[in-house]
Design a protein around this ligand. Structure first.
Ligand SMILES: Cc1cc2nc3c(=O)[nH]c(=O)nc-3n(C[C@H](O)[C@H](O)[C@H](O)COP(=O)(O)OP(=O)(O)OC[C@H]3O[C@@H](n4cnc5c(N)ncnc54)[C@H](O)[C@@H]3O)c2cc1C
Ligand SMILES: NC(=O)c1ccc[n+]([C@@H]2O[C@H](COP(=O)([O-])OP(=O)(O)OC[C@H]3O[C@@H](n4cnc5c(N)ncnc54)[C@H](OP(=O)(O)O)[C@@H]3O)[C@@H](O)[C@H]2O)c1
Length: 279
């Protein structure tokens, strides 16, 4: 009997049918509007935590529907994780929300983005400021040991309309506080170095209010027992809707921080969590 090796091999490892195909390894739905998933990582893909790539699926006409997605996993992870909105009738996410383990997605392996550690001057405290799925790049940066090498404290402020929309971020932070790798590197005090400030705006929860309001009123500094932001010590990364980005930029500038870039590091950087109407 001759063994058809191509068939045996295909049974173990399905032939890749899409260009730049990666295989979905797990999917978790967090609400009617949010889900996360993990895919295989191309062996050649190197990225800096906080960057985004283009991912997608073939459209009905065979042409790929591609969208920008922040990589939510840190750069040391063997797989890639993404955290996604489900837009009703969205060209990509109406299909993407149906993916199952074993399915393939398209992933263009060209990471880019402004939310990288090198785009900021050294400082003492790093503020991650996000609304909605704008948490995704910080899900990567919070899990990267280099963030804690560079900053004594990391403060994750995440605001959503409802408490349910905070769940992915909340579980991630809770798991991180007991993370073996970070605990090994930074000891028992690690949990104190990552401060989490989740708020809601349209549903009662322990902490309420927009990020902009909690910064300008000083409430977040009082609640976390921190001094107000200053240019010598505080650095920030911002990721949310266009309206949020515009408003929070003005707040940060009010504290004396200046917007930087990869080529010109300063005290804060901004990236859109999605393209849409907003101001
Ligand atoms: C740099 C960058 C990084 C991004 N990273 C992510 C990410 O990590 N996760 C993610 O879910 N999306 C992310 N997006 C948005 C993403 O590119 C798509 O817009 C989203 O997947 C919806 O695709 P769609 O084709 O279904 O709808 P689209 O036609 O792209 O969007 C339709 C409308 O839905 C709204 N919308 C789109 N995305 C979002 C969102 N994330 N949150 C709230 N409202 C939204 C907007 O009003 C938009 O006009 C990012 C966008 C940019 C520019
Ligand atoms: N998430 C939902 O339940 C929902 C429902 C229907 C439609 N949509 C649509 O989907 C899109 C995205 O929704 P989303 O919930 O991810 O984003 P979003 O509407 O931008 O709201 C996310 C969070 O950011 C806050 N925020 C919005 N603009 C801000 C600003 N300028 N400064 C400070 N904080 C700001 C919101 O507070 P406020 O609540 O105070 O605005 C909310 O807590 C929007 O176009 C929205 O109209 C969302």
């Amino acid at each position: 009997m001759t063994l058809d090796l191509s068939v045996a091999d295909a049974a173990v490892k399905p032939a890749k049918t899409l260009p730049d195909a990666q295989t979905v390894t797990s999917v978790q739905h967090w609400s009617d509007t949010l889900f996360s998933f993990r895919v295989t990582r191309p062996a050649s893909l190197r990225f800096r935590s906080g960057e985004f790539v283009m991912i997608g699926l073939p459209g009905d006409n065979g042409k790929p529907i591609l969208r920008a997605y922040s990589i939510a996993s840190p750069n040391w992870d063997d797989e890639l994780e993404f955290y996604s909105i489900k837009v009703p009738d969205g060209p990509l996410t109406s299909k993407l929300q149906l993916i199952q383990p074993g399915d393939e997605i398209i992933l263009r392996p060209k990471p880019v983005g402004t939310l990288v550690l090198d785009a900021l001057l050294p400082g003492k405290r790093m503020w991650f400021l996000a609304t909605g799925t704008g948490l995704a790049p910080f899900a990567s940066l919070m899990r990267d040991p280099e963030t804690y090498e560079r900053y004594e404290q990391v403060i994750m402020m995440h605001t959503c309309r409802t408490a349910e929309e905070l769940t992915y971020g909340r579980e991630l932070v809770e798991n991180l506080k007991h993370d073996e790798l970070l605990g090994e590197i930074y000891g028992e005090d690690f949990a104190k170095r990552l401060l989490y400030y989740p708020t809601t705006t349209r549903e009662e929860s322990p902490f309420m209010g927009r990020i902009t309001d909690n910064l300008t009123s000083g409430k977040v500094f009082e609640d976390l027992n921190l001094p107000p932001m200053d240019v010598a010590n505080d650095r920030a990364m911002v990721c949310g809707s266009l309206a949020f980005n515009v408003d929070v930029k003005a707040v940060l500038e009010g504290f004396g921080l200046r917007e930087g870039a990869n080529s010109d590091p300063k005290e804060f950087v901004v990236e859109k969590a999605f393209v849409g109407e907003g101001v």
